[in-house]
Design a binder for this molecule. Structure first.
Ligand code: PBG
Length: 278
């Protein structure tokens, strides 16, 4: 997407320096795994020296003031593009949980402060919390993507990590139907009861009603993920001369605050901080 780049581990420091200088409190890491390292069992997800773990070690040492958010999900590592293991044609929930626990403990060992499960398996918050505690990571927080919809707006992200073209079928057996609202509240209640510290709603702008309802019902920290497709829409309109970049960017972000968000995960972070603090 315009203004968004994949980086090598060694090149990361330059981007993170910008974020640190602007006072951005946390960054989220996602891996673009070479196709040769992907397989049906997501083996690379459990490699304690994989891209995410090595990036986390480096960043933690260099930028102790920035919180690191690590993604718990298998889709960057599977050759079929799904967030879980496939057994008899279905994503196998419980077998996937064991992988997510190991993946999360590896990330916490490497210095990740906040584990953010984006996979939507059932029961993963409780399982990951127990696994982290057993490994001594009692301070590692859990930001649950509790309300994650099976959305068309993830396209550019899937292109960037190479999970899109390979994706067999869709993710509708584990991500939510965009028509459902109450289901989001059930998912959030379940994840909070299992130990989630914060809740993520994703995508953001098309689901502002969900953000508001979750905030009012549960009064916990709620985060919006302004996903790749949302960013891409605004940037495409800007590039066509149809929208004003700064005004559209800030209006889209203010909408999240108005809806009740405690924080926003966005591809605009650096530009928005520059604009707000100039
Ligand atoms: C999957 C994951 C996705 C995103 C973050 N984690 C895509 C998907 O569910 O296929 C999308 C983020 C974005 O579009 O910016 N674990």
């Amino acid at each position: 997407m315009p203004g968004v780049f994949r980086s090598s581990v060694s090149g990361l420091a330059r981007h993170v320096t910008d974020a640190a200088e602007l006072g951005i409190p946390a960054i989220a890491l996602f891996p673009a795994i070479p196709a040769a390292l992907k397989d049906s069992e997501a083996s690379e997800a459990l490699n304690p020296e994989n891209l995410i773990c090595s990036a986390a070690r480096l960043l933690k040492a260099e930028f102790p003031q920035i919180a690191l958010i690590g993604d718990a999900a298998l889709d960057p590592y599977t050759d079929h593009g799904h967030d879980g293991l496939i057994r008899e044609g279905y994503v196998a929930n419980d077998e996937t949980l064991a992988m997510l626990v190991k993946q999360s403990v590896n990330q916490a060992d490497a210095g990740i402060d906040i584990i953010a499960p984006s996979d939507m398996m059932d029961g993963r918050i409780g399982a990951i919390r127990a696994g982290l505690d057993a490994a001594g990571h009692i301070h590692t927080r859990l930001m649950s993507y509790a309300a994650k919809y099976a959305s068309a707006f993830y396209g550019p992200f899937r292109d960037a990590i190479g999970s899109g073209s390979a994706l067999r079928g869709d993710k509708k057996t584990y991500q939510m139907d965009p028509a459902n609202a109450e289901e989001a509240l059930h998912e959030v209640a379940q994840d909070l009861s299992e130990g989630a510290d914060m809740i993520m709603v994703k995508p953001g702008m098309p689901y502002l009603d969900i953000i508001r309802r979750v905030k009012e019902r549960f009064e916990v920290p709620v985060f919006a993920y302004q996903v790749s497709g949302e960013y891409a829409m605004i940037m495409a309109a800007v590039q066509n001369g149809w929208l004003d970049h700064d005004r559209a960017m800030l209006e889209s972000l203010i909408a999240f605050k108005r809806a009740g968000c405690s924080g926003i995960l966005t591809y605009f972070a650096i530009e928005a901080a520059r604009e707000l603090y100039k």
